[in-house]
Structure formats: C-alpha cells, structure tokens
Design a protein around this ligand. Structure first.
Ligand code: FEO
Length: 397
C-alpha cells in the first residue's frame, strides 16, 4: 500500500474504514470513516503523527514499510482509534519515542500499557526539530479528551488537529476537494463529538488564530486544503448565537401527537420560522444532533407512555442534554390517555440546558380545538422570541 503525499516529505499513511457503521457502539457512520496518520520526514529525523485503529494496524504498517525509520510517534490523542496501533509501530521501530502531552502519557499508559521510558512529554508551545521540519505542539484540551494536542508544522503551514476539524467520511482521496460534502460530514462530526465542549473549543480557536495555516490535516476524513472554509464553519458552530430554527423530534403512537406536531410546523411556517422535524421511530440521531448545532428552540413531541415520555423520546432528550447545544427555548407537546407526567420527566432530563421552558401543550386523547389553539399560541410565542432576538436563518452545511 502506498504513502500518499500531501506536501513535500509529508505523507498520508492512514487507513480507510469503508464498512464501519457505528462508532463507540453508538454513533452512526453512514459514510464510514478513516483513521489518518501522517509521516513527516525531516533531514535528520522522521515523525509519525498519530496511528490508526487497532483493526487497521496491518494497513498502517504496510504503508510505512518502504519509508524511513520512525524516530518519533506523535500521539495527539490517546483514544484507541488513533493510538491502538502504536504498540505495533514501536515493535517495528523500538528506538522510537512517543511524543504526547503529560495527560496523554497517563492515558496511553493506562489504555495501552506502554513503557514509561518510551515517552517524551511536551508542554504547550514546545517545538521539535526534525531537520528542516519543525513541529510545534499546541495543547488543545477537550477536543475531545483532556489530553488532546494539535501539532503545527511550520515549514509547510500544516495544522495536524486529530479529531478536531475531523469528519467520518471514507474516501479514496485524502485531499478530496468536494468541500460541501466534507463540511456537512464535519458538521455531523462536530455535533456528535465536539459540541459538548463548545466553550473550551472557543478558547482553543483563539490559541491557533495567530498561526499561518495553509492546510488542516485531521485524523478522520479528508484533509482541508482550503482551511478558511472549515475555520469559518467551525466559528459559526461554536458561536453563542443560535439560528432562527426549531428542532422538533417526536414520536406518535396513534397519530394524536403527530396532529399537534404538524399544526405547530404549519403555524411556524406562516411566521417564516424554519422547523426540522425528526420522527424518532426512524431517524438517524446524527441528523438530530446536526440540527441541534444551530437550533434556538427544541420542541419535543411525545405521547405519554406509562405516565412518562415515550422511551425513544427519553433517549433523544437525554442525548440532547449530553450534547449541550446552544438552545434558548424548550417546550413539550403531545397527547396522553388518562394521566401524564411527561412534561415533568422531560424537564428533569435536561439539567445541562440553560433554556427558558415555554408553556407545554398536552392534550387528552385526540387534540381538541382548545389544544390546537394552545399549539398555535406556542408557535406564536416561539416566533415572537426568535424575531425579538434577530437570529439569522440557518444555512446549509
Ligand atoms: Fe477519533 Fe476521539 O478519537
């Protein structure tokens, strides 16, 4: 297998996982993924930046086979999809040192059982010369573990960012130029993995603002050869300003909740407030996460199931709380049979969301006219709040 050049004496040596459909036994991967590793060859020394998932060790070793000996393995992130092949690399190049943050050393020791003597820890701002190639290490914690590093290659203006700016997108071309497709996949990745750390990422962005970045090389998905696009998109995703958008996940067992959902959408459409609707009995939760990157308001549609919300709503609401999106408002609509505590239980599921809870609308059985009028009132309230804030309409990607 070949090493693919991305700059002079800088090669992509990763592995494409076309068939993987789930990450962390949780996150859907509709387009597979890649585990990117990069070989940086200086006049004196050679560094491997990240490794690959242990299931793809053979691919990495094959790509390295005809290259120079490795002196340094820069482990930017200890999660196994980037570190799992390090023991095999050390087996082939026993003189190599593992370069990482101090927290990275602790985590790599715990997860891979590496020998302490094999580490070289680097502080924020430290540099390592390979001879005509200089690696500068930037501590960028919580993208998305506490130990995460980014590495800036001065001479080639490349920022290696590991998971940060990554995308789960399997392609045959590490330099894929299909920017729209890459940005959408990167937004999904941000939504699913990075969004809970939005505030910390704002600080990490400040740390790289002064760098002259000509290329961003993440450890999943294609390289960003036009970094202005992904940087602009990322600034938008992590900003404190939501969009004029309602996210509406719902389940309907017998159609009553769906009537209320459709009424809300119709009324909001009249106000020119976009709604993204997700039938939780069929939706890809990654799509819901993408919507939550931008949404100002979350309206949860649920029938009552044993007094509480439907289990799929319970799960989706728990997920929304974990992702900590920049929502401003939340409400609940839905139908019940004889009694309900759906609203109380939904509200108890969202302690992380710093939101105003708008009056819910619960109908007993098929929604009577007064319940539909209450849905209209809720729609009007949402539209008024959005208009008062002057939030932008969402854009694609
Ligand atoms: Fe791609 Fe956090 O590992």
């Amino acid at each position: 297998m070949q090493a693919i050049p991305i700059a002079e004496n800088v090669h992509w040596v990763g592995a494409v996982d076309w068939d993987r459909r789930l990450f962390d036994a949780l996150i859907p991967l509709p387009q597979g993924t890649s585990y990117n590793a990069y070989l940086v060859q200086g006049g004196d020394k050679t560094a491997l930046i990240d490794a690959v998932d242990p299931t793809m060790t053979r691919v990495l070793m094959d790509r390295l086979a005809d290259g120079p000996p490795i002196d340094y393995i820069v482990s930017q992130h200890a999660e196994q999809d980037h570190s799992g092949a390090i023991p095999a690399v050390l087996g082939a190049y026993p003189q190599a040192q593992v370069v990482c943050s101090p927290q990275g050393k602790s985590l790599l020791t715990a997860h891979l059982g590496l020998n302490e003597a094999q580490f070289m820890t680097v502080d924020d701002g430290d540099s390592l010369s390979l001879g005509g190639k200089t690696l500068q290490f930037v501590h960028t914690p919580w993208v998305h573990w506490p130990e995460t590093l980014s590495t800036y290659l001065h001479e080639d203006r490349i920022l290696f960012s590991c998971d940060w700016f990554g995308s789960h997108l399997a392609t045959s071309d590490p330099l894929l130029q299909d920017h729209g497709r890459v940005l959408l996949a990167a937004k999904r990745y941000y939504a699913e993995i990075m969004m809970p750390f939005r505030n910390i990422i704002q600080r990490n962005m400040e740390k790289i603002e002064h760098l002259d970045i000509g290329m961003i090389a993440p450890s999943h998905g294609p390289v960003h050869s036009d970094p202005a696009r992904i940087l602009a998109a990322s600034r938008d995703w992590i900003s404190d300003q939501p969009k004029n958008l309602v996210t509406l996940p719902y389940v309907s067992m017998h159609g009553s909740t769906r009537v209320m959902v459709d009424r809300l959408i119709d009324r909001l459409s009249g106000h020119r407030v976009p709604v993204q609707r997700f039938d939780l009995s069929a939706t890809d939760l990654g799509e819901l996460a993408i919507s939550l990157v931008d949404a100002a308001t979350l309206v949860i549609g649920t029938p009552t199931f044993h007094r509480g919300p439907h289990p799929t709503v319970y799960y989706a609401t728990h997920l929304a709380n974990a992702l900590r999106p920049k929502l401003a408002y939340v409400s609940v609509i839905g139908s019940y049979g004889w009694s309900t505590r759906a609203v109380e239980e939904v509200n108890a599921l969202i302690p992380n969301l710093k939101v105003e809870v708008l009056p819910p609308v619960l109908a007993r059985g098929y929604p009577p006219p007064e319940s539909l009028a209450a849905v209209d009132q809720l729609s009007d309230t949402i539209a008024q709040h959005h208009a008062a804030q002057g939030w932008d309409l969402p854009t694609e990607g």
